[in-house]
Structures are given as structure tokens and as C-alpha cells.
Write a protein that binds this ligand. Structure first.
Ligand SMILES: [Zn+2]
Length: 276
């Protein structure tokens, strides 16, 4: 029987974005990949891939999607970097896009952030008031079918309930469809669904950390939380002044008591940090 399963490819917008990132990396950063070849013994297998924000801004496709859906667009850049690292045969190094030098109009005071800023890119000079512990967060969970060992990766979100595969194992489901001639009983369907088990090995954990920050000239003002990740974790101390470039989000942790102050439930997910 021919294999008729169709794997969804990238959407046209995603395909355009992937191509645009690749063109940018090939035209402006081929030296970075060459330099990476000799760096097998880095202390941590992470390479901050610094890109000038002006290069992103000058590209019609990238500037559109980076401003519209920054988180997804950065993720696509990291996907291209992963592929290119493999092509350049750089072993075991994970490149992470770190766009720097945002235009002046992105600079915002922490105290000026409101709900309407959510999803927007901001650049803020802040003082660190508190540093949270290093946290391991499950970024990508690997589920394996207990019956046929087929695998499915499920992307996870910070501080949210863990997401499972939506349906049962596809391979076992197709077998059941054949066996039951197109009408899989509910009980069988549920058993197939629960046969997808989370596996620690192969799941991907990422280091994150929360920084409590406020404007430098506003030490009595309400601080907000900034989420930082990877090489930025454990790199900063209370009292440090830094520039945070990131995306404004709503704090998904609901158990803090700050219903009267809407600023308090906003947080920034940093995609790059500049020391000052
Ligand atoms: Zn299966």
C-alpha cells in the first residue's frame, strides 16, 4: 500500500521568511560559519549569532514578519541556523539569533508599557532589582508511542500546562482505521491516545531565568519581569544596568496579587541583551 500520509510543509509566509533569513545569513554572515568550524571546544555549546537589526529592517519580508510576529520569526531564523550549522559541518553548536542595535523609536520606558504594547518589540534601558533562580524549562517534549515507537515532538510554552499530542499515534490510528473499516470505537481511540508517552530522553530542556527590572531613573517604580534564556542565564547581578531588547507579553503566572496594576502583569521576553 502506498504511503499517502501528507506532512504539512511551511506556509507561503513561513517559506518566504525561511528563504529571507537564509539569504541574509549567506550574504552577511558566511564568515561567522567559517569561524564556527574551529570552535569545537566551547565551554557551552551555544553560539550567540549577532545580527544587526538594520539588516533585518532593510529586508522587506523580514522587517514585515519580524515586527508582526517576532517570536515565530526568530524561531524560523533559529531553524535556518540549525540547518546551516549542519551544512557547514559545525558539530554540536546551537546558534541563537541575537538581533542588536534596534532603532531609537523602539526605545520605551518600562513605566510606559501598557496592555496595548503586548506582542510589540521594545528596547529598554533598565536596572536589575532582583535575579531569579536558573530554571530548566521543557521547550520541546518528545512523545513516543508505547505500541509502535513512533515519535512526535510537541513544542511547549513557558509557565503553561504541558501540551500533549492532539490525537493518537498516527500510525496506530491508521492501522485501527483499517481493522475497524473506517469506524474506530471511542474506547480504542482513547487507548491509542494514551499510548503516547512523554520521554525524558530526547525532550529538549532550555535554561531560563527571571529578572526583575525597572527604569534606571525610577527606582521607586513598579518593576516588571524579564524572561532571559540560554547564555544570558546567570550572567547578570542585582544593580547591573543593561539594555533589554524583547517582546512584550502577558505574564502567564496568575497567582500574584496585582490585579489593580496592569503594568505588573506585563513581562518582556528578551531576545537580546546589551551590557552598558
Ligand atoms: Zn503507534
Amino acid at each position: 500500500m502506498p504511503d499517502e500520509r501528507v506532512f504539512p510543509g511551511p506556509s507561503p509566509a513561513q517559506a518566504d521568511t525561511l528563504n529571507a533569513w537564509r539569504e541574509l545569513f549567506e550574504s552577511k554572515h558566511s564568515q561567522d560559519f567559517k569561524a564556527l568550524k574551529g570552535t569545537d571546544c566551547l565551554e557551552q555549546p551555544i553560539f550567540p549569532f549577532v545580527v544587526d537589526y538594520r539588516d533585518i529592517d532593510q529586508d522587506d519580508v523580514l522587517s514585515l514578519y519580524f515586527n508582526e510576529t517576532p517570536v515565530d520569526t526568530i524561531e524560523l531564523a533559529n531553524e535556518v541556523l540549525r540547518t546551516m550549522v549542519a551544512e557547514y559541518e559545525v558539530s554540536d553548536i546551537r546558534c541563537i539569533l541575537r538581533p542588536l542595535a534596534l532603532p531609537a523609536e523602539r526605545t520605551k520606558q518600562i513605566s510606559s508599557l501598557r496592555m496595548r504594547n503586548r506582542g510589540k518589540i521594545v528596547s529598554s534601558i533598565v536596572r536589575i532589582k532582583d535575579v531569579g533562580p536558573r530554571l530548566g524549562y521543557l521547550q520541546e517534549a518528545l512523545y513516543v508511542c508505547a505500541r509502535c515507537e513512533s515519535r512526535e515532538f510537541i513544542k511547549q510554552k513557558i509557565a503553561r500546562e504541558r501540551k500533549r499530542p492532539e490525537g493518537p499515534c498516527q500510525i496506530c490510528y491508521e492501522k485501527a482505521m483499517e481493522a475497524f473499516e473506517g469506524k474506530v470505537p471511542y474506547g480504542v481511540y482513547e487507548r491509542l491516545r494514551s499510548s503516547m508517552k512523554l520521554t525524558a530522553e530526547g525532550s529538549f530542556y532550555k535554561d531560563i531565568q527571571y529578572l526583575s527590572v525597572s527604569d534606571i531613573d525610577d527606582s521607586s517604580g513598579q518593576p516588571i519581569w524579564v524572561v532571559i534564556d540560554d547564555e544570558y542565564v546567570d550572567a547578570y547581578n542585582i544593580g547591573d544596568t543593561i539594555r533589554i531588547n524583547g517582546v512584550v507579553q502577558i505574564d502567564p503566572v496568575p497567582d500574584r496579587n496585582f490585579t489593580k496594576d496592569t503594568r505588573r502583569i506585563l513581562q518582556i521576553h528578551a531576545f537580546s541583551i546589551e551590557g552598558l
